[in-house]
Ligand binder design. Sequence first.
Ligand code: FBP
Length: 446
Amino acid sequence: MGKRALCSCLVIAASSLHPSAAFAPSTSSLPAVKHHNGAAIPAASTRLSAGSFYDDPLLSSSANRSSNSNTASSQSSQQQGAAPLKKKDLRTLQRFLEVECWKSPSIRNLDRTLLGVSDACKQINRIVQRAQTDDLYGAAVDPVTGQQVDENVQGEVQQQLDVLCNTLMLRAFCGASNNAICAVASEEEPLPRSCADVMGYDMFSTAGEYVAVFDPIDGSKNIDSSLPVGTVFGIYKSPEGVKRGDEGYSLDSFLQRGTKMVAAGYCLYSATTVLVLTLGSGVHGFTLDPDKQTFLQTHPNMRIPDVGCLYSFNEANSREFTEPVQQYLEKMKESGKIGGKKVSSRYVGALVADVHNILINGGIYGYPSTRDNPNGKLRLLYESAPMAMIMEQAGGAGSTGHGRILDVLPRAIHERVPTFLGSVENVFELDQFHKYYGEDDDDDDE
Ligand code: FBP
């Protein structure tokens, strides 16, 4: 479909109008969005931890003062006039899981599994921090032959850390005492594996009504330069009456739309270690207390701003991006403002880190399709879909450019999908550019 004559910027009412109007400064296409309280509060006020510095009388008083914990832009119930919580008042992840899983029958027996996953994240956090000192770098070698192990199903040489963190996550999901999970799929495994196979005991074969998917170490290329990395995971309930094959699971349990996920989360290993989780009713963030090695609920009910001025794309690939995305980025930079705020680019090169930044501050993250990778780079099942569930649960959006990521029916475990995640207004505009520039190919096969 040829390009229509460009018209001058008008208020976006119907998607047929030229989408760049959205970037026209202070046009009414974007609601006049003001960052929640607008106060320039540092990203995260530091909490002094009980039991270490907290006992220091000099510091304790400042702790009381600097209690406005959550970031300025993500508004949680805590900031709405509630007295700031001191550290000891923060709910632990364990308590949160016990209560939330008890509350909803559909996830009733996932509390121990998720607690096990949080323990694995603590171990991965330690491993990532020790990678330099304990020489956990470089390609993984076969413990028996001493030979470098083969490439993984992504065609990447498996790093020692990939293998280590993969093992920790496999055990965390399959080893939970109440056997809630029957099988798992990982970025590092060519095919799903039953928990009986992972744990090496048949007793696990009768296990659970759930399956788990995960990327044990996301952005692993960043480790060499000590930049942030992450872990991503999602949990699906096996469809009623699904027949398990000889492998102890059914692929149908995995190849479900993201809308079927019952829980999703990521853990960010960075300046602080933050576990962000949704059980299908809101999003909550837990920061690891380095002294007590306990995840504390520092970000209850996270909400992403409806519009944000951050964008996170690897623009080195922009020549290969599809026209709608090229036009979207071009028009945004031309106007230099979104919602009256100056646009700014941030790209760490790790999905978890970049999306966490967008979740806190608003804006859009994108890994588009390119001429060489028509489906982009990110894997639908254990990268894009879990992040899209978190984004939507926080009031944001997750799109392929042609529809919700969560509506895409996966056809294969390691299938890739163009991925756009962020504030609802920003992602809406990107979808308008796809509509306007007419590259409308339904990649949803049903
Ligand atoms: P893995 O590291 O798990 O393979 O994930 C892919 C990833 O590293 C994302 O975390 C990140 O957003 C993207 O690839 C970076 O890709 P590029 O280096 O092409 O920008």
